[in-house]
Design a protein around this ligand. Structure first.
Ligand code: C5P
Ligand code: MG
Length: 176
C-alpha cells in the first residue's frame, strides 16, 4: 500500500440573488449567493471530492445524491465531515488541504482565516494544514462575468495501515 496519496476536487455553482454566499461554512456578506440543492458551498464541495478522491471512494454525488430530500439545504460541512470519516475508516489520515476559490466579487481575503479555521475544525486538522486561496477570473467567462463561482482543491492523505510495502521492480516485457 502506498503511504501517501492525493485527491483532486473541483466544483462550480451559479450565483443568484436571495441566496447566501457560504464558503467553507462561513457566510460572507454579498449581493449574490450560490444556488444549489444543498447550501451550495462550492469550496466545501471541492474539498469533499478531493478527500474522497484521495481514498478512491467515488464522489460527493454518490454519497449525497441531490435527488435525496435528506440533503435539501444541508450544511456542506456535514458532507466534508462524512468524507473525513469515510477516509479514516479506510485507514487514511488527512495530511493537508490546498484550495482555490475563483469568484469575481466580493473580495474574500478578509475571510480567509475564518474559513481556514472552520475547515480545519471540521477536518480535525491544525489550521496550518489548511490553505485557502482566492482568484478572480479577470472579467472573463461565466465566473468573470459574475454568473458563477468555482473552487478547486487538492488533499494529501497518509495511510495509517502500517509501513509502505516495497514497490515491485519493473520488468521489461519479453519478446521485444
Ligand atoms: O485574480 P487576481 O489575481 O486579480 O487576485 C488577486 C488577489 O486578490 C488574490 O491573490 C486574492 O488575494 C484576492 N482576491 C480576493 N477575493 C477574490 C478574488 C481575489 O480576495 N474574490
Ligand atoms: Mg457543489
Amino acid at each position: 500500500m502506498t503511504a501517501y496519496r492525493t485527491g483532486l476536487g473541483w466544483d462550480v455553482h451559479r450565483l443568484a440573488p436571495d441566496r447566501p454566499l457560504i464558503l467553507g461554512g462561513i457566510t460572507i456578506p454579498a449581493e449574490l449567493g450560490l444556488e444549489g440543492h444543498s447550501d451550495a458551498d462550492v469550496l466545501s464541495h471541492a474539498i469533499t471530492d478531493a478527500v474522497l478522491g484521495a481514498a478512491a471512494l467515488g464522489d460527493i454525488g454518490m454519497h449525497f445524491p441531490d435527488s435525496d430530500p435528506r440533503w435539501q439545504g444541508a450544511g456542506s460541512l456535514l458532507f466534508l465531515a462524512h468524507a473525513r470519516d469515510l477516509a479514516r475508516s479506510r485507514g487514511y489520515r488527512i495530511v493537508n488541504v490546498d484550495s482555490t476559490v475563483i469568484l469575481e466579487r466580493p473580495k474574500l481575503k478578509e475571510y480567509r482565516d475564518a474559513i481556514r479555521r472552520q475547515l480545519a475544525a471540521t477536518l480535525e486538522l491544525d489550521v496550518g494544514c489548511v490553505s485557502v486561496k482566492f482568484k478572480t477570473a479577470e472579467n472573463m467567462g461565466p465566473v468573470g462575468e459574475g454568473r458563477s463561482a468555482e473552487a478547486q482543491a487538492i488533499v494529501t492523505v497518509k495511510s495509517t495501515k502500517g509501513r509502505e510495502l516495497p514497490q515491485r521492480p519493473s520488468r521489461l516485457l519479453k519478446n521485444h
